[in-house]
Ligand binder design. Structure first.
Ligand SMILES: O=C(O)CCC(=O)C(=O)O
Ligand SMILES: [Fe+2]
Length: 323
């Protein structure tokens, strides 16, 4: 599949890209926020009170904004902080990108809402929940699905160090006994439910700071995603090419851990320059150390608890909840 620019500069200030080798529902927006905004957001995350953090058994810290999910996937809502809703206006900006995708390309806001106007549909998707993940170098997240609590549009803003997100396929039961990755995972919902997962990712995205990654429908519902717990990303340059096709240059082709980088055409200029120089110098690889990365994942929980905390409600399915 072509990695096409799918934004019209007159419609949105962002350049929105499809990703090479992945379904069109995977979208990458480099430089979605400014360096100043990134620094500000990192500061606000760092200032959050210690008790808000939860440490997963892999060492990664997480924090939920917007409320907590009951075991029946009902959101017990809390208001989102102003640094999420107002400055930078992340939710509005993400909505503008999603609106553009709906208008011009791959429409797929929730089908249940199909009869409604675009504005109503967008409102129905407006994120009400933000997950903060904080990874130190060497920490990751095992391949998983995000699960049924959320509508199938997920938007992640990356801050700090780059990290590589890998997209995995389930193996069909009929596949000849291939090497498998483990599907054990205790700190997120749905780690494949014991279904075997291909060892080699079908694609990977080098998530650079300040970028936005959106995954929708197929990517969200059919595949798994994860981040390997490694200290550095090793770009393999053998046979690689670097260039910006939008600027009329030859395309970029590099690999990470043997897998073609799906957003290699849209890396930040400094990264491209580093890779380009190394290719010119005949080097075989470029190692980029990871440092702390913070990601903000925006999602819409379908069912929200209305009114007070009725004791019976949370234990008895969706009573009292609204989709
Ligand atoms: O940090 C990321 O980019 C992905 C996080 C994630 O997939 C999750 O927490 O479910
Ligand atoms: Fe996830």
């Amino acid at each position: 599949m072509e990695s096409a620019t799918i934004s019209d500069p007159s419609a949105s200030p962002y350049r929105v890209y499809r990703l090479e080798g992945l379904p069109p529902e995977a979208i990458y927006v480099p430089n979605f926020i400014t360096e100043y905004e990134e620094e500000y957001l990192l500061k606000r995350v760092a200032e959050s009170p210690q008790p808000k953090w939860k440490t997963q058994n892999t060492g990664r810290r997480v924090q939920y904004l917007g409320g907590t999910l009951s075991k029946n996937n009902v959101l017990i809502p809390e208001s989102l902080p102003e640094w999420i809703t107002h400055f930078p206006a992340l939710i509005e900006r993400i909505r503008s990108v999603v609106a553009e995708l709906e208008d011009r390309h791959v429409p797929n806001l929730p089908e249940k809402q199909d009869s409604k106007s675009r504005e109503e549909k967008l409102k129905a998707w407006t994120p009400n929940h933000v997950l903060i993940n904080e990874y130190q170098a060497g920490q990751g997240i095992a391949p998983h699905e995000d699960g049924p609590a959320y509508l199938p549009i997920v938007a992640t803003v990356s801050l700090g160090s780059p990290q590589t997100l890998e997209i995995f396929q389930y193996l069909a039961e009929s596949d000849p006994s291939p090497p498998l990755t483990g599907s054990s995972r205790s700190d997120v919902f749905g780690s494949g439910c014991g279904r075997p997962i291909a060892t080699t990712p079908m694609g990977c995205i080098y998530l650079e700071p300040r970028s936005l990654f959106i995954s929708r429908k197929a990517i969200y519902e059919t595949f798994l995603h994860g981040i390997s717990p490694v200290e550095e990303d090793v770009f393999e340059l053998d046979g690689g090419e670097i260039g910006n096709r939008d600027e009329g240059e030859t395309r970029i082709k590099v690999k990470l851990a043997g897998v073609e980088v799906s957003n290699s055409d849209h890396l930040n200029p400094a990264t491209k320059e580093r890779l380009r120089e190394a290719i010119k110098a005949g080097e075989k690889e470029v190692r980029i150390k990871r440092d702390k990365r913070v990601s903000l994942t925006f999602r819409r929980v379908e069912k929200v608890l209305q009114g007070g905390l009725g004791v019976g409600v949370l234990g008895r399915g969706t009573a009292g909840a609204r989709r």
